[in-house]
Ligand binder design. Sequence first.
Ligand code: ARG
Length: 456
Amino acid sequence: MSNIRGRFQKAADKAAAAYTASIGYDWRLYTHDIAGSIAHARMLAKQGIITGQEAKTIAAGLAEIGQEIEAGKFQFKPELEDIHMNIEARLIEMVGEVGGKLHTARSRNDQVALDMRLFAKEAITDTLLRIKEFQRALIGLAEANKKVAIPGYTHLQRAQPVLLAHHLLAYFEMLQRDTDRFIDCLERTDVLPLGSGAVAGVAYDTDREFLAQELGFSQISQNSMDAVSDRDFIIEYEAAASICMMHLSRLAEEIILWSSAEFDFIELDDAYSTGSSIMPQKKNPDIAELARGKTGRVYGNLLAMLTTMKGLPLSYNRDLQEDKEDFFDCVDTLLASLEVFTGMIATLRVKAENTEKAAGEGYILATDLADYLVKKGVAFRDAHGIVAKLVSYAIEKGKTFGELKLAEYKKFSGLFGNDIYSVSVASSLAARNSPGGTSPKQVAAALARAKKTLNL
Ligand code: ARG
Protein backbone atom coordinates (compact mmCIF):
# COMPACT_ATOMS: atom_id res chain seq x y z
CA MET A 1 0.00 0.00 0.00
CA SER A 2 1.40 3.35 -0.94
CA ASN A 3 1.76 6.05 1.68
CA ILE A 4 -0.71 8.35 -0.11
CA ARG A 5 -3.45 6.32 1.59
CA GLY A 6 -1.96 6.79 5.06
CA ARG A 7 -5.01 8.49 6.56
CA PHE A 8 -7.52 5.94 5.32
CA GLN A 9 -8.86 2.88 7.16
CA LYS A 10 -9.67 0.94 4.01
CA ALA A 11 -8.05 0.00 0.76
CA ALA A 12 -9.53 1.71 -2.28
CA ASP A 13 -12.45 0.06 -3.98
CA LYS A 14 -11.16 -1.95 -6.93
CA ALA A 15 -13.16 -0.15 -9.56
CA ALA A 16 -12.35 3.20 -7.98
CA ALA A 17 -8.65 2.38 -7.97
CA ALA A 18 -8.77 1.37 -11.62
CA TYR A 19 -10.71 4.54 -12.40
CA THR A 20 -8.14 6.82 -10.82
CA ALA A 21 -5.02 5.02 -12.01
CA SER A 22 -3.09 6.57 -14.87
CA ILE A 23 -0.13 4.20 -14.97
CA GLY A 24 -1.63 2.47 -18.01
CA TYR A 25 -0.57 5.49 -20.07
CA ASP A 26 1.58 7.81 -17.98
CA TRP A 27 4.34 5.17 -17.82
CA ARG A 28 5.46 6.93 -20.99
CA LEU A 29 6.72 9.76 -18.82
CA TYR A 30 9.29 7.59 -17.06
CA THR A 31 12.42 9.08 -18.63
CA HIS A 32 11.15 12.59 -17.91
CA ASP A 33 10.12 11.69 -14.39
CA ILE A 34 13.50 10.15 -13.65
CA ALA A 35 15.41 13.06 -15.16
CA GLY A 36 13.32 15.49 -13.11
CA SER A 37 13.86 13.50 -9.92
CA ILE A 38 17.63 13.21 -10.40
CA ALA A 39 17.87 16.97 -10.95
CA HIS A 40 15.68 17.55 -7.91
CA ALA A 41 17.85 15.30 -5.71
CA ARG A 42 20.98 17.09 -6.87
CA MET A 43 19.40 20.44 -6.11
CA LEU A 44 18.37 19.27 -2.64
CA ALA A 45 21.96 18.23 -1.97
CA LYS A 46 23.41 21.45 -3.35
CA GLN A 47 21.15 23.38 -1.00
CA GLY A 48 22.09 21.22 1.98
CA ILE A 49 18.54 19.87 2.33
CA ILE A 50 19.82 16.31 1.91
CA THR A 51 23.43 15.16 1.91
CA GLY A 52 25.53 14.66 -1.19
CA GLN A 53 25.72 10.95 -0.43
CA GLU A 54 21.95 10.69 -0.14
CA ALA A 55 21.55 12.43 -3.49
CA LYS A 56 24.02 10.02 -5.08
CA THR A 57 22.19 7.01 -3.67
CA ILE A 58 18.87 8.36 -4.91
CA ALA A 59 20.26 9.20 -8.37
CA ALA A 60 21.86 5.76 -8.73
CA GLY A 61 18.62 4.07 -7.70
CA LEU A 62 16.63 6.14 -10.18
CA ALA A 63 19.08 5.33 -12.97
CA GLU A 64 18.70 1.65 -12.20
CA ILE A 65 14.92 1.95 -12.25
CA GLY A 66 15.22 3.56 -15.68
CA GLN A 67 17.18 0.54 -16.87
CA GLU A 68 14.63 -1.85 -15.36
CA ILE A 69 11.82 -0.11 -17.22
CA GLU A 70 13.86 -0.03 -20.42
CA ALA A 71 14.51 -3.77 -20.12
CA GLY A 72 10.84 -4.51 -19.50
CA LYS A 73 11.65 -5.82 -16.02
CA PHE A 74 9.84 -3.16 -14.04
CA GLN A 75 6.57 -4.17 -12.49
CA PHE A 76 4.08 -1.36 -12.87
CA LYS A 77 1.47 -1.47 -10.13
CA PRO A 78 -1.93 0.06 -10.79
CA GLU A 79 -2.56 0.40 -7.05
CA LEU A 80 0.27 2.92 -7.01
CA GLU A 81 -1.79 5.08 -9.37
CA ASP A 82 0.75 6.73 -11.57
CA ILE A 83 4.31 6.76 -12.85
CA HIS A 84 5.47 9.06 -10.06
CA MET A 85 4.33 6.79 -7.25
CA ASN A 86 5.48 3.65 -9.05
CA ILE A 87 8.99 4.98 -9.40
CA GLU A 88 9.14 6.38 -5.89
CA ALA A 89 7.88 3.16 -4.30
CA ARG A 90 10.45 1.12 -6.22
CA LEU A 91 13.17 3.59 -5.21
CA ILE A 92 12.33 3.17 -1.53
CA GLU A 93 12.20 -0.58 -1.99
CA MET A 94 15.62 -0.42 -3.60
CA VAL A 95 17.60 2.09 -1.53
CA GLY A 96 15.58 2.13 1.65
CA GLU A 97 14.44 5.04 3.76
CA VAL A 98 16.66 7.58 2.03
CA GLY A 99 14.45 7.17 -1.06
CA GLY A 100 11.70 8.79 0.97
CA LYS A 101 13.69 12.03 1.05
CA LEU A 102 13.35 12.59 -2.69
CA HIS A 103 9.88 14.04 -2.37
CA THR A 104 11.10 16.84 -0.06
CA ALA A 105 10.19 20.29 -1.40
CA ARG A 106 8.03 19.04 -4.21
CA SER A 107 4.60 17.61 -4.90
CA ARG A 108 3.20 15.40 -7.59
CA ASN A 109 1.51 18.52 -8.86
CA ASP A 110 4.69 20.31 -9.88
CA GLN A 111 6.25 16.95 -10.72
CA VAL A 112 3.64 16.00 -13.28
CA ALA A 113 3.62 19.51 -14.73
CA LEU A 114 7.37 19.16 -15.19
CA ASP A 115 7.10 15.73 -16.79
CA MET A 116 4.49 16.94 -19.24
CA ARG A 117 6.58 19.97 -20.20
CA LEU A 118 9.66 17.80 -20.72
CA PHE A 119 7.59 15.43 -22.84
CA ALA A 120 6.06 18.31 -24.81
CA LYS A 121 9.44 19.86 -25.52
CA GLU A 122 10.64 16.57 -26.99
CA ALA A 123 7.42 16.22 -28.94
CA ILE A 124 7.84 19.68 -30.43
CA THR A 125 11.44 18.95 -31.44
CA ASP A 126 10.36 15.69 -33.08
CA THR A 127 7.47 17.42 -34.80
CA LEU A 128 9.70 20.14 -36.20
CA LEU A 129 12.04 17.52 -37.62
CA ARG A 130 9.21 15.54 -39.19
CA ILE A 131 7.72 18.66 -40.74
CA LYS A 132 11.09 19.47 -42.23
CA GLU A 133 11.42 15.98 -43.71
CA PHE A 134 8.00 16.31 -45.21
CA GLN A 135 8.81 19.71 -46.67
CA ARG A 136 11.94 18.22 -48.15
CA ALA A 137 9.84 15.56 -49.89
CA LEU A 138 7.54 18.26 -51.27
CA ILE A 139 10.54 20.13 -52.64
CA GLY A 140 11.89 16.90 -54.14
CA LEU A 141 8.65 16.18 -55.95
CA ALA A 142 8.40 19.79 -57.11
CA GLU A 143 11.94 19.72 -58.47
CA ALA A 144 11.49 16.41 -60.22
CA ASN A 145 8.47 17.86 -62.01
CA LYS A 146 9.69 21.40 -62.41
CA LYS A 147 8.19 21.97 -65.84
CA VAL A 148 4.98 20.01 -65.44
CA ALA A 149 1.74 21.98 -65.76
CA ILE A 150 -1.56 21.06 -64.17
CA PRO A 151 -4.86 22.88 -64.06
CA GLY A 152 -5.13 25.35 -61.20
CA TYR A 153 -8.59 25.00 -59.69
CA THR A 154 -11.05 27.30 -58.01
CA HIS A 155 -14.39 25.82 -56.93
CA LEU A 156 -12.79 22.56 -58.11
CA GLN A 157 -13.33 23.86 -61.65
CA ARG A 158 -10.36 24.24 -63.97
CA ALA A 159 -9.38 27.89 -63.72
CA GLN A 160 -5.90 28.68 -65.03
CA PRO A 161 -2.85 26.52 -65.72
CA VAL A 162 -0.23 26.39 -62.99
CA LEU A 163 3.00 24.53 -62.51
CA LEU A 164 2.65 21.42 -60.36
CA ALA A 165 5.67 22.71 -58.46
CA HIS A 166 3.74 25.86 -57.64
CA HIS A 167 0.86 23.79 -56.32
CA LEU A 168 3.19 21.70 -54.16
CA LEU A 169 5.02 24.73 -52.85
CA ALA A 170 1.72 26.07 -51.57
CA TYR A 171 1.89 23.21 -49.07
CA PHE A 172 5.50 24.06 -48.31
CA GLU A 173 4.28 27.51 -47.21
CA MET A 174 1.52 26.05 -45.03
CA LEU A 175 3.99 23.70 -43.38
CA GLN A 176 6.39 26.56 -42.82
CA ARG A 177 3.71 28.42 -40.90
CA ASP A 178 3.13 25.23 -38.92
CA THR A 179 6.82 25.21 -38.13
CA ASP A 180 6.58 28.79 -36.88
CA ARG A 181 3.62 27.87 -34.68
CA PHE A 182 5.46 24.95 -33.09
CA ILE A 183 8.57 27.07 -32.51
CA ASP A 184 6.38 29.69 -30.88
CA CYS A 185 4.70 27.04 -28.76
CA LEU A 186 8.11 25.75 -27.68
CA GLU A 187 8.96 29.13 -26.22
CA ARG A 188 6.05 28.98 -23.79
CA THR A 189 6.53 25.29 -23.06
CA ASP A 190 10.13 25.90 -22.11
CA VAL A 191 9.31 27.07 -18.58
CA LEU A 192 10.21 25.07 -15.46
CA PRO A 193 7.27 24.47 -13.06
CA LEU A 194 9.25 22.35 -10.55
CA GLY A 195 9.64 24.05 -7.20
CA SER A 196 6.03 25.23 -7.13
CA GLY A 197 5.07 22.47 -4.72
CA ALA A 198 1.44 21.48 -4.42
CA VAL A 199 0.02 24.99 -4.85
CA ALA A 200 1.76 27.60 -2.69
CA GLY A 201 5.46 27.14 -3.31
CA VAL A 202 7.73 25.22 -0.91
CA ALA A 203 9.05 25.93 2.57
CA TYR A 204 12.66 25.06 1.76
CA ASP A 205 15.54 27.09 0.43
CA THR A 206 15.50 25.56 -3.06
CA ASP A 207 17.31 26.74 -6.17
CA ARG A 208 14.90 26.74 -9.07
CA GLU A 209 17.36 28.40 -11.44
CA PHE A 210 19.73 25.49 -10.86
CA LEU A 211 16.89 23.06 -11.65
CA ALA A 212 16.08 24.96 -14.83
CA GLN A 213 19.68 24.76 -15.91
CA GLU A 214 19.97 21.04 -15.08
CA LEU A 215 16.81 20.23 -16.98
CA GLY A 216 17.41 22.54 -19.93
CA PHE A 217 14.65 25.08 -19.34
CA SER A 218 15.26 28.69 -20.31
CA GLN A 219 12.94 30.15 -17.66
CA ILE A 220 11.25 29.30 -14.37
CA SER A 221 7.52 29.80 -13.80
CA GLN A 222 6.54 32.95 -11.94
CA ASN A 223 3.45 31.82 -10.04
CA SER A 224 3.15 28.49 -8.24
CA MET A 225 -0.64 28.29 -8.64
CA ASP A 226 -0.40 28.89 -12.36
CA ALA A 227 2.52 26.50 -12.72
CA VAL A 228 0.74 23.46 -11.25
CA SER A 229 -2.53 24.00 -13.06
CA ASP A 230 -1.57 25.48 -16.43
CA ARG A 231 -1.88 23.21 -19.43
CA ASP A 232 -1.87 25.95 -22.08
CA PHE A 233 1.26 24.49 -23.56
CA ILE A 234 -0.59 21.26 -24.31
CA ILE A 235 -3.51 23.12 -25.80
CA GLU A 236 -1.13 25.13 -27.94
CA TYR A 237 0.54 21.99 -29.23
CA GLU A 238 -2.84 20.45 -29.96
CA ALA A 239 -4.01 23.61 -31.70
CA ALA A 240 -0.87 23.77 -33.83
CA ALA A 241 -1.24 20.04 -34.50
CA SER A 242 -4.85 20.52 -35.54
CA ILE A 243 -3.85 23.18 -38.05
CA CYS A 244 -0.99 21.05 -39.33
CA MET A 245 -3.29 18.02 -39.69
CA MET A 246 -5.79 20.24 -41.49
CA HIS A 247 -3.04 21.03 -44.00
CA LEU A 248 -2.17 17.35 -44.41
CA SER A 249 -5.84 16.59 -44.77
CA ARG A 250 -6.22 19.08 -47.62
CA LEU A 251 -3.32 17.46 -49.42
CA ALA A 252 -4.81 14.05 -48.61
CA GLU A 253 -8.00 15.09 -50.34
CA GLU A 254 -6.03 16.10 -53.43
CA ILE A 255 -4.05 12.86 -53.44
CA ILE A 256 -7.31 10.95 -53.28
CA LEU A 257 -8.80 12.95 -56.14
CA TRP A 258 -5.66 12.91 -58.23
CA SER A 259 -5.24 9.15 -57.97
CA SER A 260 -8.83 8.49 -59.06
CA ALA A 261 -9.53 7.40 -62.65
CA GLU A 262 -11.49 10.64 -63.04
CA PHE A 263 -8.38 12.78 -62.56
CA ASP A 264 -5.63 10.24 -63.19
CA PHE A 265 -2.88 12.73 -62.36
CA ILE A 266 -0.74 10.54 -60.12
CA GLU A 267 -0.02 6.97 -59.21
CA LEU A 268 0.85 6.09 -55.65
CA ASP A 269 3.71 3.72 -55.05
CA ASP A 270 2.62 0.19 -54.16
CA ALA A 271 4.26 0.58 -50.76
CA TYR A 272 1.83 3.39 -49.97
CA SER A 273 -1.31 1.84 -51.42
CA THR A 274 -3.75 -0.76 -50.21
CA GLY A 275 -5.82 -3.33 -52.02
CA SER A 276 -9.42 -4.39 -51.69
CA SER A 277 -10.48 -7.66 -50.10
CA ILE A 278 -13.08 -8.16 -52.80
CA MET A 279 -12.16 -6.13 -55.89
CA PRO A 280 -8.80 -7.35 -57.18
CA GLN A 281 -8.27 -4.36 -59.45
CA LYS A 282 -8.42 -1.77 -56.67
CA LYS A 283 -5.48 0.35 -55.62
CA ASN A 284 -6.68 2.50 -52.79
CA PRO A 285 -5.18 5.67 -51.29
CA ASP A 286 -5.92 4.52 -47.72
CA ILE A 287 -3.03 6.42 -46.20
CA ALA A 288 -4.38 9.71 -47.44
CA GLU A 289 -7.88 8.75 -46.36
CA LEU A 290 -6.69 7.80 -42.90
CA ALA A 291 -4.81 11.07 -42.50
CA ARG A 292 -7.98 12.88 -43.49
CA GLY A 293 -9.88 10.79 -40.96
CA LYS A 294 -7.32 11.15 -38.18
CA THR A 295 -7.53 14.91 -38.56
CA GLY A 296 -10.93 14.66 -36.91
CA ARG A 297 -9.37 12.79 -34.01
CA VAL A 298 -6.71 15.43 -33.53
CA TYR A 299 -9.35 18.18 -33.52
CA GLY A 300 -11.10 16.05 -30.90
CA ASN A 301 -7.95 16.00 -28.77
CA LEU A 302 -7.86 19.79 -28.82
CA LEU A 303 -11.55 20.17 -28.06
CA ALA A 304 -11.37 17.63 -25.24
CA MET A 305 -8.55 19.49 -23.53
CA LEU A 306 -10.15 22.90 -23.96
CA THR A 307 -13.32 21.49 -22.45
CA THR A 308 -11.49 19.79 -19.60
CA MET A 309 -9.86 23.07 -18.66
CA LYS A 310 -12.72 25.48 -19.00
CA GLY A 311 -14.34 25.05 -15.61
CA LEU A 312 -11.32 24.29 -13.45
CA PRO A 313 -10.86 26.49 -10.41
CA LEU A 314 -7.26 27.14 -9.35
CA SER A 315 -5.14 25.29 -8.91
CA TYR A 316 -4.47 21.57 -9.50
CA ASN A 317 -7.51 19.37 -9.98
CA ARG A 318 -7.44 15.70 -10.81
CA ASP A 319 -9.25 16.47 -14.05
CA LEU A 320 -5.83 17.49 -15.30
CA GLN A 321 -4.79 13.86 -15.42
CA GLU A 322 -7.03 13.71 -18.48
CA ASP A 323 -4.48 15.79 -20.40
CA LYS A 324 -2.32 12.78 -21.12
CA GLU A 325 -4.07 10.25 -23.30
CA ASP A 326 -5.27 12.91 -25.72
CA PHE A 327 -1.93 14.63 -25.82
CA PHE A 328 0.00 11.41 -26.42
CA ASP A 329 -2.52 10.42 -29.07
CA CYS A 330 -2.23 13.81 -30.71
CA VAL A 331 1.57 13.70 -30.83
CA ASP A 332 1.64 10.08 -32.04
CA THR A 333 -0.94 10.78 -34.73
CA LEU A 334 0.74 13.89 -36.06
CA LEU A 335 4.21 12.33 -36.10
CA ALA A 336 2.96 9.18 -37.83
CA SER A 337 0.95 11.18 -40.35
CA LEU A 338 3.94 13.33 -41.24
CA GLU A 339 6.12 10.25 -41.58
CA VAL A 340 3.85 8.36 -43.96
CA PHE A 341 3.09 11.47 -45.97
CA THR A 342 6.80 12.04 -46.46
CA GLY A 343 7.19 8.56 -47.92
CA MET A 344 4.02 8.76 -49.95
CA ILE A 345 5.00 12.08 -51.54
CA ALA A 346 8.59 11.00 -52.14
CA THR A 347 7.51 7.89 -54.05
CA LEU A 348 4.42 8.90 -55.99
CA ARG A 349 4.57 9.09 -59.78
CA VAL A 350 3.19 12.10 -61.58
CA LYS A 351 1.39 11.30 -64.81
CA ALA A 352 2.64 14.44 -66.51
CA GLU A 353 1.04 13.57 -69.85
CA ASN A 354 -2.38 13.68 -68.15
CA THR A 355 -1.84 16.78 -66.03
CA GLU A 356 -0.46 18.66 -69.04
CA LYS A 357 -3.39 17.61 -71.18
CA ALA A 358 -5.85 18.73 -68.52
CA ALA A 359 -3.94 21.99 -68.10
CA GLY A 360 -4.55 22.90 -71.74
CA GLU A 361 -8.05 21.55 -72.19
CA GLY A 362 -11.32 23.39 -72.40
CA TYR A 363 -11.32 27.11 -72.16
CA ILE A 364 -8.75 27.30 -69.39
CA LEU A 365 -6.85 30.00 -71.34
CA ALA A 366 -9.85 32.35 -71.41
CA THR A 367 -8.21 34.76 -68.96
CA ASP A 368 -5.20 34.88 -71.26
CA LEU A 369 -7.42 35.86 -74.18
CA ALA A 370 -8.91 38.64 -72.07
CA ASP A 371 -5.39 39.73 -71.06
CA TYR A 372 -4.49 39.71 -74.79
CA LEU A 373 -7.26 42.23 -75.51
CA VAL A 374 -6.30 44.33 -72.47
CA LYS A 375 -2.79 44.60 -73.87
CA LYS A 376 -4.38 45.97 -77.05
CA GLY A 377 -6.14 48.69 -75.07
CA VAL A 378 -9.49 47.13 -74.10
CA ALA A 379 -10.68 47.69 -70.52
CA PHE A 380 -10.52 44.42 -68.57
CA ARG A 381 -14.28 44.32 -67.88
CA ASP A 382 -15.01 44.72 -71.59
CA ALA A 383 -12.37 42.16 -72.51
CA HIS A 384 -13.95 39.75 -70.00
CA GLY A 385 -17.33 40.26 -71.69
CA ILE A 386 -15.93 39.74 -75.19
CA VAL A 387 -14.16 36.51 -74.23
CA ALA A 388 -17.23 35.26 -72.34
CA LYS A 389 -19.23 35.59 -75.55
CA LEU A 390 -16.42 33.97 -77.51
CA VAL A 391 -16.42 31.02 -75.08
CA SER A 392 -20.13 30.48 -75.40
CA TYR A 393 -19.81 30.68 -79.20
CA ALA A 394 -16.97 28.14 -79.17
CA ILE A 395 -18.95 25.78 -76.92
CA GLU A 396 -21.89 26.03 -79.29
CA LYS A 397 -19.67 25.23 -82.26
CA GLY A 398 -17.90 22.48 -80.35
CA LYS A 399 -14.51 24.05 -81.03
CA THR A 400 -11.49 24.76 -78.91
CA PHE A 401 -9.87 28.20 -78.97
CA GLY A 402 -7.18 26.81 -81.26
CA GLU A 403 -9.76 25.49 -83.71
CA LEU A 404 -11.54 28.84 -84.15
CA LYS A 405 -10.70 30.70 -87.37
CA LEU A 406 -9.35 34.23 -87.14
CA ALA A 407 -12.52 35.41 -88.87
CA GLU A 408 -14.54 33.88 -86.06
CA TYR A 409 -12.42 35.69 -83.46
CA LYS A 410 -12.88 38.92 -85.36
CA LYS A 411 -16.66 38.65 -84.98
CA PHE A 412 -16.10 39.41 -81.32
CA SER A 413 -13.32 41.97 -81.56
CA GLY A 414 -11.43 43.46 -84.47
CA LEU A 415 -8.39 43.59 -82.23
CA PHE A 416 -7.83 39.85 -82.47
CA GLY A 417 -4.90 39.16 -84.80
CA ASN A 418 -2.92 36.11 -85.88
CA ASP A 419 -0.81 36.29 -82.74
CA ILE A 420 -3.84 35.04 -80.79
CA TYR A 421 -2.68 31.54 -81.77
CA SER A 422 0.51 31.98 -79.80
CA VAL A 423 -1.50 32.02 -76.55
CA SER A 424 -0.67 28.69 -74.95
CA VAL A 425 -0.26 27.00 -71.60
CA ALA A 426 3.40 27.94 -71.74
CA SER A 427 2.67 31.60 -72.51
CA SER A 428 -0.02 31.65 -69.83
CA LEU A 429 2.42 30.32 -67.23
CA ALA A 430 5.24 32.64 -68.27
CA ALA A 431 2.91 35.64 -68.13
CA ARG A 432 2.03 35.04 -64.46
CA ASN A 433 5.34 36.45 -63.33
CA SER A 434 4.05 38.55 -60.45
CA PRO A 435 5.83 37.83 -57.15
CA GLY A 436 4.37 34.61 -55.79
CA GLY A 437 2.92 33.72 -59.20
CA THR A 438 3.27 30.49 -61.17
CA SER A 439 5.69 31.58 -63.91
CA PRO A 440 8.69 29.25 -64.25
CA LYS A 441 10.87 32.14 -63.14
CA GLN A 442 8.88 32.78 -59.96
CA VAL A 443 8.62 29.08 -59.18
CA ALA A 444 12.37 28.59 -59.63
CA ALA A 445 12.94 31.45 -57.19
CA ALA A 446 10.37 29.97 -54.77
CA LEU A 447 12.11 26.59 -54.94
CA ALA A 448 15.44 28.23 -54.21
CA ARG A 449 13.89 30.10 -51.27
CA ALA A 450 12.32 26.93 -49.91
CA LYS A 451 15.63 25.09 -50.10
CA LYS A 452 17.35 27.92 -48.34
CA THR A 453 14.71 27.89 -45.60
CA LEU A 454 15.50 24.22 -44.97
CA ASN A 455 19.24 24.75 -45.37
CA LEU A 456 19.28 22.28 -48.26
N1 ARG B 1 -1.37 11.32 -12.02
C1 ARG B 1 -1.58 12.68 -11.65
C2 ARG B 1 -1.84 13.52 -12.91
O1 ARG B 1 -1.58 13.05 -13.93
C3 ARG B 1 -0.38 13.22 -10.96
C4 ARG B 1 -0.68 14.32 -10.03
C5 ARG B 1 -1.47 13.84 -8.90
N2 ARG B 1 -1.67 14.84 -7.93
C6 ARG B 1 -2.63 14.76 -7.01
N3 ARG B 1 -2.73 15.74 -6.20
N4 ARG B 1 -3.41 13.74 -6.95
O2 ARG B 1 -2.30 14.62 -12.85
